[in-house]
Design a protein around this ligand. Sequence first.
Ligand code: WTA
Length: 661
Amino acid sequence: MTAEPRPQETLANLSTEDRRFEPPADLAANANLTAEAYARAEADPEAFWAEQAGRLDWAQPWDRVLDWDNPPFAKWFVGGRINAAYNCVDRHVEAGRGDKVALHFVGEPLGDTRDITYAQLKDDVSRAANALTELGVTAGDRVAIYMPMIPEAVVTMLACARIGAPHTVVFGGFSSDALASRLEDCQAKVVVTADGGYRRGAASALKPAVDEAREKTAANGHTVEKVLVVRRTGQDVAWDDAVDVWWHEAVDAASSEHACEFFDAEHPLYVMYTSGTTGKPKGILHTTGGYLTGAAYTHWAIFDLKPETDVYWCTADIGWVTGHSYIVYGPLANGVTQVLYEGTPDSPERGRWWDIIEQYKVTIFYTAPTAIRSFMKQGREIPDKRDMGSLRILGSVGEPINPEAYIWYRHVIGGDRTPVVDTWWQTETGSIMISPLPGVTAGKPGSAMTPIPGVGADVVDDEGHPVPNGSGGLLVLTRPWPSMLRTIWGDDDRFVDTYWSRFKEQGYYFAGDGAKKDADGDLWVLGRVDDVMNVSGHRLSTTEIESALVSHPKVAEAAVVGAKDEDTGQAVCAFVILREEAGDGGSDIVAELRQHVRKEIGPIATPRQIMVVPELPKTRSGKIMRRLLRDVAENREVGDVTTLADASVMNLISSGLSAGK
Ligand code: WTA
């Protein structure tokens, strides 16, 4: 692998981008964190992190902040005992804030809303904890969650945390195959799901995928013992009395009294699967004390959270890490009131999000650049019809935000009052690592700016030396942090190899992203430098999609690349060689293969383009040269072909494609 950051739109703007947005004076004057925090944290990071851990309630304090005796295996807040659910719910009730709304739930069907107070949430979480215990779940057992964005999903995550059963939330858009492989990898004992959820105005089913996944895992020798099902849409579901249990029977009948147990700070909290550079998704393991510290601290600092007055809304799905840290654990640990929205931005019509902001007087809003770009396309008339004067801070996450989208977001959505915080982080980092601070930083459109107080980050060359200002290289984190992943579930070697072997000597964490330092030393994250794509802010592995394609009987070989896309950041482009006996594959071959990928992985992985080619460009050692395929997919002149085993292959591909057009 070479240090070759993929050029993105931000790169082109780097040399000319000179707009700066100073924090509003009143925000700066009352900011949670001020500029002094950077130096204080730098002088003694462990003391700084201990101070942040003090935001939480511990049943027993720690004896040691960080045990880094056996890197890269970290232990934070050693000896401390804590319960994440207690911190997210009970302590707010005990402090007299039980009547405060925790969740303004907004279902997709108009008028389907529910406000849930912290006291109600405590009862619900306790009931669910009792019900899960009744189903045989004990501390350490894994519980999979495959649900729509409804309050029961949040309740289930917290109920698992409460009884020490690590959850693994699988995005509801994933297929039964993807669900099955995750259930098997973490040996989930129970699955919590719903009959379905509402998407784009219709009820879409979830339970059938669980039934299928359960069959598949059974064929491979793993038994899911129970499936707990929320009735959300009322659609018909197949039922197996030996396994399936209705939520409204088991949970509603359970007691709302539940004495919570406190666990070791390093007790596993959850496993979140994410795409890596091989076909097999990685189960990223997060533990309790450090993770919750990171989530609570960053949510408070980066959104300048004032829990008494703010109304917060993050549009992520709980099936991704953003939903874990910035819907469930960070905001609830901080005791804020937040919106939880089930559906899509444009259902029943395009102004839905802005209506919700207007109605609930949302003050802090956190979303992804891909959504912002799609709103830009629809035009400002739609948001302009709503009063969004309540907004004071806007956040962006998931992919580089191009300066144009940043400016539009700030201007049209934020009325030019609101700082935009472009937050860089990953499933692995657990919480935000690089971001402006809204009361401190003069933001630059397109730049994530600097590591937040407590975090060490740098851009280095291939040898691990920091690059000078004005140059690009690889993004690294230079020291451990509390919310760091602890390992890959069941695969310590892969953990060490993926993140810590590249800069072993320096002890740096290798993030897999390319970045650039501008003349002021501020950071611009440019995108992945490995075989991971970022489509609409979702991580997808090229290899995983290639494996899906070659599992189709007509396909002999496949190569997948992420090509630049105006709407989704990157789009999946596939090149396939058909098996000889498949002939030309038939007239519907492209549609057939796209459908196959949807079924194997899920709709988000569907290739935008599939090109049937006679050959693939390979090096002499047989490695596919994706760089050249990206040139084709992005309609560029094909680059240097001298390392190809057969230099004529690219002509074959190009002429074949133009002939086929
Ligand atoms: C990308 C999502 C540029 C990056 C929280 C990273 C970003 C991957 C940004 C992690 C940002 C995330 N600017 N790129 N502000 N935020 N990324 O694990 O490539 O789903 O490595 O976590 O998204 O994606 P993940």
